[in-house]
Design a protein around this ligand. Sequence first.
Ligand SMILES: N[C@@H](CCC(=O)N[C@@H](CS)C(=O)NCC(=O)O)C(=O)O
Length: 213
Amino acid sequence: MKLYTFDPAPNPQRLKMFMDYKGIEIDTHQVNFPEGEQRSDAYKAIIPTGTVPALVLNDGRVLSSVFAITQYLEAIHPEKPLLGETNEERAVVLDWNHRLFNDVFRPTGDALRNSNPAFAGRALPGALDTEQIPALAERGRAQLTHAFETLNNELGNRPFVAGESFTMADIDLLAVIKFAGWAAKMAPDESHAALHDWQARAQAAFDEGCGNT
Ligand SMILES: N[C@@H](CCC(=O)N[C@@H](CS)C(=O)NCC(=O)O)C(=O)O
């Protein structure tokens, strides 16, 4: 099994936090993003999507999404579960993974990649080169504003994103708030008290789980 990743990028961050919390170590190649290694023919011959993270299984099959990689790793390392323990919890965590990816991660990526000159000609992650569409950056920012508002309303009534326990849904939200901070220069403001309280609680639970306290 071999992991291809670039730890500072946002989706790799989600996976790194999952692995750090659970104490999982894997033979890893850090893809050289600054030099565009993910866009090279050699990389795409191994990982056709040209994205990170990607996990090559022992039988040669490739997993190219954090969703699938975390499902697989949780199945073979069930200790310190992060994806829920009952059928209902697993479904709720999966629902949050999907929602946070579509409604918060992707809009943040849109805001960055459709406005920053560094992404001119490659406004989408991966192998398809596309031009920037400035209106998508605006739409991404509007989606982020809406997401902070709705998350703040929802997180006032329970300790963690998916309920009573710290899960991958909390890791996803911690990671995307960090991503939005540098990529879109947007963060929860003083009106988002519940979101701030949750953030402190979730960060403490993460640090404790990693053994950093
Ligand atoms: N669906 C993938 C998304 C992977 C993705 O978009 N990765 C970005 C880094 S966060 C990437 O590889 N970008 C390549 C590029 O910008 O060239 C997942 O769930 O992990």
